[in-house]
Ligand binder design. Sequence first.
Ligand code: DX5
Ligand code: ZN
Length: 555
Amino acid sequence: MGLNYYKIKKNVLKARKLVIKGTIAAASGHPGGSFSMAEIMGCLFNKYLRFDPKNPLWEDRDRLILSKGHASPGLFSNLAVAGYFDPSEIETLRKFGSRLQGHPDLKCPGVEFCGGSLGLGLSYSIGNALAAKIDGKSHRIYTIIGDGESDEGQVWEAAMAAAKFKVDNMTVFVDRNFIQQDSYTEKIMPLDETLEGDDLSEMWRDASRWKLSDKWRAFGWNVIDIDGHRIEQIDHAIKKANQTKGVPSIIIARTIKGKGVEHMEDNPQWHGKAPKPEMAPIINAELESQFMIAPSIIAGDMSNLENEVKRCAEGRADYIHLDVMDGVFVPNTTFDHTKIKQLRPLTVIPFDAHLMINEPVKHVRDYVDAGCDIVTVHTEVCDESSFGEIKDVLQQNQVGVGLAINPDTNLPQWSHKFIADLDQLIVMSVVPGKSGQKYIESSHEKTQNLVKILKDNKFEGTIEADGGVTLDNVGQCFVDGARAFVGGSAIIGQKDVRGIIREFRNAILKSRRRLLIQKANELGGTELVNNWISLHVIGEKKNQLIQIAKELGFN
Ligand code: DX5
Ligand code: ZN
């Protein structure tokens, strides 16, 4: 059974956009702490929590306790996406008579705990977990506490109690975003080491400063440290926590407050403030343009693919692009599902399998069993019937559905009915068969033309640019509409994978910032451009944006 990675990503985006809609409608609320826990919530609601939105009090439901109750927009948005109530209700946030108040209360279906007065949720969770054990019930308790919340002494009393009573039917997350109320946690009451300046990267660049995990271990807990925005890491941590018996488990999720919107990220101002209405379209455009880097390992040492996977992991790749070639659909052969199965245990990073093989319908199950997170097949060797079968097999197994087209192929008419189901469309920008080829320039226009067809057919997936993508053309590939970028010779072919991936991210980021400035200008001229740029008060972002605006003639 797959991770369901792509469905989770899609629903996390929907939830973030609802947080923006709700806090703007209320002209108040907590977007920062809603965004830092967004992927955690997405994993819980779309993979782990057992619940029935039509029967919110089902006695065997899993319980989700949001102890950091001020992040209620992050909870309500996920409840809406999960079907507890119509998403439009989010616009009643904090209004008199609404079920959606500034802090959760039991009037709202799906809410288990009236969080808000910090420090209490963990104790309440332990009570729930012990009651479940006494009643012989198998449901689980999931709890999210804040790092700033951990200043409350009751958290540590609960930590002791959970260890004493061996509360192992409860999985706790710390949303470790390093910001509380109006400043940085490590300046107010350090959980790790004191933060001298305002440069948060000082805190997480050097793991030797991390003390919070040691605190929980000292209290007798099983502790798992993760990147709290990597869905695959959250999934793996929950699995490990839920398998751990005899001791309580806590997942310390390193997160970014305001994650997803650059001017909110790591900015204490967005702990409890709503965006201005005129910023909504720009913020939504930014949320919709998150991007992923997918190194193609066949550009590395084919005799040691294990090492190539490790290089991707060390390089912080978002996906690992696995080019399967059968020597029939394309002249070369690379590897097949048996190799992928061997590589799977090496990393939790999503496997992005690109099948350049004939008769994919005969083999798709092998790639599901091998642990691929998405399987992409070529339209050139499918028809409506066979692709329909492939889609069903993948969806039934919670694996992403991908379709690929060669440079000289367009989307065939039969494929249009499947566009709304696609998680990914690979637009080949080289003739498939090997890495190291030159980008076919006409692919830019082809991708731009495809965006309209996809939009008209309710595409909610990602366009992946695959073939000859380099630092020089990746910015344009982003402008064309691609949001996933395969890098074979340009990434894996390089010595410093981590360095080159960082350069790719910076090149794409610059391209995205240009697009957002252009959007601001379309919507509100240089005044809105300048107002939006002025929101970026952390680090060097503002100067970088001013420079881009100047290049565009908007400043
Ligand atoms: C080609 C493959 C591509 C290729 C990418 O058939 O589908 O993924 O390996 O490598 P570069 O980026 O070097 O073209
Ligand atoms: Zn490929």
